[in-house]
Ligand binder design. Structure first.
Ligand code: 13P
Ligand code: ZN
Length: 268
């Protein structure tokens, strides 16, 4: 049993499939690593009159604001590299009117045991916060970018957000320009936990990318490409920084004055 998807919804899902292929080719999506979601509530049409035939999953302590929202979300334990067949490894869920559970109304490989990502609470809380702050970001990408994770293993960058941002911004002007608010670092927190969700929501209020210490990165965007770009550009800075160190020298780095000039001239 499945609903019919309109062209707008299909278009957003096809962007997710494309981005997932980039994540895998970059080595950021090992096995089931990473998860992606889209808030489809405003563009989804054709909800069924009755949900009786669809799998229902109860949840505890989800925010009431999730009621009646419709989300595309990748499945837990599923390979993102198989998102070229989204109906097999992802699903669309619709929360009920008390947010005490949701129905899986599309995808899920028609498998009654299929479940959304274990990071669902993070995805839902971030989507709700983006709506509340009037943002037009409707897509979330969480992935395991090698160099950004590597940076968090270094004691200097594990907690010092300012040092982390200066290190990646000063590697090339584009990082300062296209990750203008920088990255926010959340302390190591249990994957899938509500605590991680809350820390991430807070980080993304002022930063373009949340770095999950010793785990990965997460960003939002108007679509999957934009969310990916934030992480990709930040990871480029981390890669250059680490390659300099691996080559046996400390990066020269653009100066604070160089960075300030970019902010002034380009109005970042
Ligand atoms: P899921 O397979 O549950 O989405 O978990 C992958 C992951 O990256 C957890 O952070
Ligand atoms: Zn992860």
């Amino acid at each position: 049993m499945s609903v019919i998807l309109n062209d707008l919804v299909k278009e957003e899902i096809s962007k997710v499939s494309e981005v997932a292929s980039y994540l895998f080719s970059k080595g950021w999506a090992e096995r089931n690593g990473g998860n992606i979601s889209i808030n489809l509530t405003e563009i989804f049409t054709g909800l069924p009159e009755s949900f009786d035939e669809f799998t229902y999953v109860s949840v505890a302590n989800f925010p009431k604001e999730a009621a009646n929202k419709v989300f595309f979300v990748t499945g837990t334990g599923k390979r993102l590299r198989e998102l070229n067949k989204p109906e097999k490894v992802s699903c669309i869920i619709k929360f009920d009117d008390s947010a005490s559970g949701y129905h899986i109304i599309w995808g899920g490989n028609n498998d009654p045991s299929f479940r959304p990502t274990s990071e669902l609470i993070s995805h839902v809380k971030i989507h709700l916060d983006k709506i509340a702050e009037g943002s037009d970001h409707r897509t979330i990408v969480h992935t395991h970018p090698i160099e950004l994770i590597c940076m968090t293993h270094y004691y200097r960058f594990n907690t010092d957000e300012q040092a982390f941002n200066f290190a990646i911004w000063s590697t090339l002007p584009e990082v300062r320009a296209f990750v203008p608010r920088g990255v926010g670092i959340t302390p190591y927190t249990l994957p899938g936990s509500e605590a991680l969700a809350d820390l991430t929501v807070a980080a993304l209020r002022s930063k373009d990318v949340a770095i999950w210490n010793l785990h990965g990165a997460l960003a939002t965007g108007r679509d999957a490409h934009e969310a990916f770009d934030f992480i990709d550009v930040a990871n480029k800075g981390a890669t250059i920084f680490l390659k300099c160190l691996a080559s046996g020298f400390s990066p020269l780095g653009m100066s604070q004055e160089n960075l300030d000039e970019l902010v002034e001239v380009f109005g970042l």
